[in-house]
Design a protein. Sequence first.
Length: 97
Amino acid sequence: GAIVVPALALATEMDHKTMLGTSLLAMVPTAIAGLATHAKLGHLHTNVAFPLVIGTCLGAFLGGKLASDFIPEQPMKFGFGLLMIVLGGRTFLNSFR
């Protein structure tokens, strides 16, 4: 999302919510490929992963519903931009360690 959403903003006329959904869809094949690789290597802790799956799916569904039904696009764009600034600043500062 941190790369794809800004790239879509520059390259398309999509609204922010559509960019987020498109970015999430693009992550599915790579997540499946990564999961298959880690499963083959035995790098899965299923008794931890399954509760995480339930929680993240529930959170994603409820968060997506909340965002699409109740949060206007402008505050979402502002929040996403602010998050990118904070994460970028943190990465920048950590580069001096």
